[in-house]
Design a protein around this ligand. Structure first.
Ligand SMILES: NCc1[nH]cc(CCC(=O)O)c1CC(=O)O
Length: 317
């Protein structure tokens, strides 16, 4: 390559940690490649600018990816590092997710200065989260809790918690681990009670379709089981929605060549749950996700989605 390899990323501490991990792994994987030959370019996205209102109202998919994807398409960066969880299910034409790093811990953690565990929160306590999934799963177990919208990066949310804006919050264990902040977790939540978001805990790399040189450079970083399981989970999401306006959870594992997928759609207040699970050969991971997604869609019916959309609109107005 003529120029240094240019990695595009958002500027949050978590995004930067992930970009640095990709750089470190590239340097470790390729003899002759040194850190000064890999440049990290911070790109501000629309999502980063919207701090005053819930993202569910800001509209549009890919709020955290558009400017980074434009840089890929115009050739000013060679690869973009993302949290797979934040990636829209459909990418702009000409871009692909080429590489998935081995998945971190997929679970959510509960963080609170007021209680030793989620179930030990006092009656009527306030939860800060912007995630519809975490809201729904929390209310499912604790309908007495109050939920307030909590946005911003990991550090911002923790300072809101310390400032007393809520009694507790949730974060992805993966993010805390990558930031070396695992000690902040009060309790690691079970996969059963708090099924993760599709693709949680998996870092991915986006490149231009047909950029075989960059794809080959990244090949040593690719983790097959992560790619298969994230594919199944994202296919479930795509069959149902594709945005983040729906309380959806999904968790897949790969065992002996078969992908096992558990997934659910939950009403905003957690009282209605449509859950499915299935198994397929790993080559059919996407088809499995689609099949379960369509099964849930059929069970829930159009009225459920209309009510959900009205509920989300009311939540953010
Ligand atoms: N939506 C923000 C976001 N995107 C990815 C992660 C965590 C890291 C991951 O899932 O890989 C987070 C923060 C959180 O949910 O706590």
């Amino acid at each position: 390559m003529q120029h240094p390899i240019r990695i595009g990323t958002r500027g949050s501490p978590l995004a930067l940690a992930q970009a640095h991990e990709v750089r470190d792994r590239l340097v470790a994987a390729h003899a002759g490649l040194t850190a000064d030959m890999v440049e990290i370019k911070v790109i501000k996205t629309t999502g980063d600018r919207i701090l005053d209102r819930p993202l569910t109202t800001a509209g549009g998919k890919g709020l955290f990816t558009k400017e980074i994807e434009d840089a890929l398409l115009d050739g000013s960066i060679d690869l973009a590092v993302h949290s797979s969880k934040d990636m829209p299910t459909r990418l702009p034409a000409g871009l692909v997710l080429s590489t998935f790093l081995e998945r971190e811990d997929v679970r959510d953690v509960f963080i609170s200065p007021k209680a030793e565990s989620f179930m030990a929160l006092p009656e009527g306590a306030t939860l800060g989260t912007a995630s519809l999934r975490r809201r729904a799963l929390a209310l499912r177990l604790r309908p007495d809790l109050k939920v307030v919208t909590f946005r911003g990066n990991v550090q911002t949310r923790l300072s809101k918690l310390n400032g007393g804006e809520a009694d507790a919050t949730f974060l992805a264990r993966a993010g805390l681990n990558r930031l070396g902040m695992e000690a902040y977790a009060t309790e690691t939540l079970s996969l059963e009670d708090f099924m993760p978001a599709p693709a949680q805990g998996a870092v991915c790399v986006e490149i231009r379709e047909g950029d075989d040189a960059t794809r080959a450079l990244l090949a040593p970083l690719h983790h097959h089981a992560t790619a298969v399981t994230v594919t199944a989970e994202r296919a479930f999401l795509a069959a149902l929605d594709g945005s983040c306006r729906t309380p959806i959870a999904a968790y897949a594992t790969l065992k002996g060549g078969d992908v096992h997928l558990k997934a659910m759609l939950v009403s905003l207040d957690g009282t209605v749950v449509f859950a499915e699970e299935g198994v397929a050969p790993e080559a059919d991971a996407a088809a499995l996700g689609h099949r379960l997604g369509h099964a849930v869609r059929a069970k829930a019916g159009e009225a459920f989605f209309e009510e959900l959309a009205a509920g989300v609109a009311a939540l953010v107005s």
